[in-house]
Design a protein around this ligand. Structure first.
Ligand SMILES: *Cc1c(COP(=O)(O)O)cnc(C)c1O
Length: 389
């Protein structure tokens, strides 16, 4: 055995399938070609000014310099309570129904280790955020993929999940507004998920990364606003996308107190909490003005419409998404997700994400992120029009 050999657990993660695409991107760049990436979902605009100012002040306060408590600072927990009440009409007890997380990614990963054993099943959306499958596999459990299809509003068909998977299920990951499909929650879906969780005793984990990033007047609900949600579920709320805070690692888990206590028990063995200054900045974000959020959404909506018009011109028809920072579109006929991504790279020097990156049901689709600065995005759009029409 070599010193660099990975554990069996790590080996069980499927190898990165897009090494070929990465290689081609690197080769293009080496050849001096100006490659524009529309692949990554990471806001291009800075964190809102009032949040940065709150952080400046917070780092000057020595009370933020010691180990934080994993349960979280009172200011942060109360800011979440106030935000959830005002924004979603959801009542939370800041003492035991709110806990900070070092990003939604950490939280989802740790939930897998807190709740899953060998033989247990996690129900995961396909396509979906990669940690919904990587987390359970690393925890030694099994994943049951629930396809998100356009014909079903990109929601899992809960009545099609095999009985034996439901019996073994301990977690179900859902996410609306949805990455990568841009879909919003279909009417009645949260209600049905709660019923199923009650029947089969599993915890619903709603990944709420995009509730603040919506368009055309759509206002996204919290999962916890659905009656009965708190009895069977938690919501992971991230400040990353909605507040341009991806680098800050600021999120929270809210909802079922017993489930949060179990997460806390795992977490005390893994990390030492979220930097108190980041919690204070997060509190400022949650209680601050909404105008910067509205401005970001107006910007993304404008970019969304530019991209959709260009795609239409090259024969790709897609409904404008009502939320998230992504456009999820079918590839041109005769292509797979990867062959299409390779075509766009070869012909236009533009990187799009192959849909199959997000799970087998993503095959036949590609994803474009709206987080590229205007001038670069316009250039990418022009090239797509010119070379793919
Ligand atoms: C970006 C994203 C996350 C990551 O959130 P962090 O708080 O930055 O870890 C989680 N879930 C989904 C669906 C995302 O798109």
């Amino acid at each position: 055995m070599a010193i660099s050999d990975p554990s069996k657990r790590l080996e069980a993660i499927p190898p990165y399938m897009f090494a070929e695409l990465e290689k081609r991107i690197a080769a293009k760049k080496e050849a001096g070609i100006d490659v524009i990436s529309l692949g990554i979902g990471d806001p291009d605009r800075p964190t809102f000014r009032h949040i940065v100012e709150a952080m400046r002040e917070a780092v000057g306060d020595p009370s933020t310099h010691t180990y934080p408590s994993n349960r979280g600072r009172k200011e942060f927990r109360e800011a979440l309570q106030a935000f959830y009440a005002l924004r979603f009409g959801v009542e939370l007890d800041p003492d035991d129904e709110v806990m900070p997380a070092i990003g939604a990614k950490e939280c989802i990963y740790n939930l897998c280790f807190a709740f899953l054993d060998a033989g247990d099943v996690a129900l995961a959306s396909d396509p979906g955020y990669p940690v919904y499958t990587g987390g359970p596999v690393l925890a030694g459990a099994e994943v049951a993929l629930c396809p998100l299809l356009p014909s079903h509003g990109f929601a899992p068909d809960l009545d099609a999940i095999p009985a034996e998977k439901l019996e073994a299920a301990r977690l179900m990951f859902i996410n609306y507004p949805n990455n990568p499909t841009g879909a919003i929650v279909p009417e009645g879906f949260f209600e049905r998920a709660i019923e199923l969780a009650r029947e089969h005793d599993f915890l619903v984990v709603h990944d709420n990364a995009y509730s603040e990033t919506t368009y055309d007047g759509y206002v996204a609900p919290s999962f916890l606003a659905t009656p009965g949600a708190k009895e069977v579920g938690v919501e992971v709320f991230s400040l990353s996308k909605g507040f341009n805070m991806t680098g800050w690692r600021c999120a929270a888990i809210v909802g079922n107190a017993d489930a949060i206590a179990t997460y806390w028990r795992l977490k005390t063995n893994v990390d030492s909490g979220l930097f108190d200054a980041v919690q204070l900045a997060g509190a400022a974000a949650l209680t601050g003005p909404r105008e910067p959020i509205e401005e970001m959404n107006a910007l993304y909506q404008r970019r969304r419409d530019l991209v959709i018009a260009a795609l239409r011109d090259v024969g790709v028809e897609v409904e404008p998404p009502k939320g998230t920072i992504y456009i999820w579109a079918p590839v041109l006929e005769g292509h797979t997700s990867t062959s299409f991504a390779e075509l766009v790279l070869e012909d236009a020097g533009v990187v799009v994400s192959p849909g199959s990156m997000y799970g087998p049901s993503g095959e036949g689709f590609f994803r474009i992120s709206l987080t590229t600065p205007d001038a670069r995005l316009s250039e990418a759009i022009e090239r797509i029009r010119e070379h793919l029409a």
